[in-house]
Design a binder for this molecule. Structure first.
Ligand SMILES: [Zn+2]
Length: 311
């Protein structure tokens, strides 16, 4: 049920985690950020692309086919970080290629991915683009995007060569959808994780906080927001790309460093995304979103998209 006060484990006062989309991450720029997080007591979620393919991506980065990179990601997993799925690779994949990507993920990490986020350049995304929205909100989105996203994403369309949503349902528990500016993700969407009967191939959706690049991440995590998150007993699932300005020219961003160190001194629960969502699912029950709740989320996200323009 929504709005029921959450009691966090071990007397913790709030929860904080990050879902990191792997765009532009390489053997050089990812590990310094993760070593820093680990040293400060944070376990978060890093997504990967399991396979590399022929086409040139508009947004590249290392895949698990680079042995050095794979070794780094496996060491993160061994240290308690969650490894998640960001599609099979950095561009569109057919059903067969997505299945190969999922199988490779299983081979590398010994399990199916528990959580995922759609990668914007992949047309096999599930319920993405206009399909994130319903009714008038969908119409408004299509006007806003000048119709460029109509029938663009088709991973959930049965019979389409890009269809793989049945495997998403079989293997993956949590998929990211709406992003908001509030550091307290749970305040903006109190019923995460939720099931949407209009989008049946996704078991449960989760929302996130806007932090796509270092500037927006730091803005969200500003001191007054940290204090409010703590006072509200809330939970943050930050949406980010750790390759996007967090580590440049051999140094971590100074503001990022000081904000994370400040947060580390608070009595927070710093666990990967799926651990948090499992706990919330247990607490909230397997929430099925109502029409009113869906309409509220969609409207709020459309305003966010108009203001911020990211996912
Ligand atoms: Zn991406």
């Amino acid at each position: 049920m929504q709005n029921k006060k959450i009691t966090w484990p071990d007397g913790k006062l709030f929860a904080f985690t990050v879902f990191d989309d792997t765009d532009l991450e390489t053997v050089k720029n990812a590990m310094p950020v993760y070593s820093f997080l680990k040293d400060n007591g944070f376990l978060t979620t890093k997504s990967v692309w399991p396979i590399k393919r022929q086409q040139t991506p508009s947004i590249g980065g290392d895949t698990c086919e680079n042995p050095e990179y794979l070794a780094q990601v496996k060491s993160l997993q061994a240290n308690g970080f969650e490894i998640a799925f960001h599609n099979a690779t950095f561009h569109t994949s057919t059903r067969q290629e997505t299945l190969r990507g999922l199988q490779k993920f299983h081979d590398y990490f010994g399990r199916w991915p528990k959580s995922m986020a759609n990668h914007a350049d992949c047309q096999e995304n599930i319920y993405w683009g206009e399909n994130r929205l319903t009714g008038l909100n969908k119409l408004f989105y299509n006007i806003l995007t000048r119709g460029r996203r109509i029938n663009f994403y088709r991973g959930h369309v049965e019979g389409d060569p890009l269809f793989w949503a049945d495997y998403c349902k079989k293997y993956i528990t949590y998929v990211r959808n709406f992003v908001f500016e509030d550091l307290n993700t749970l305040k903006q969407c109190p019923f995460i994780p939720y099931h949407d009967p209009q989008r049946p191939y996704v078991n449960f959706w989760f929302a996130s906080t806007e932090g796509a690049a270092v500037q927006s991440f730091n803005n969200a995590l500003a001191e007054e927001n940290q204090d409010r998150l703590e006072a509200e007993g809330g939970a943050c699932i930050m949406y980010t790309h750790f390759a996007n300005g967090f580590y440049l020219d051999g140094h971590l961003d100074k503001r990022f460093e000081s904000l994370i160190k400040r947060l580390a001194n608070k009595n927070g629960w710093f666990i990967p995304v799926s651990t948090l969502l499992d706990y919330l699912k247990e607490h909230n029950g397997e929430h099925i979103i109502t029409h009113a709740q869906r309409a509220m989320l969609e409207r709020k996200w459309l305003w966010h998209k108009i203001r911020c323009g990211t996912t």
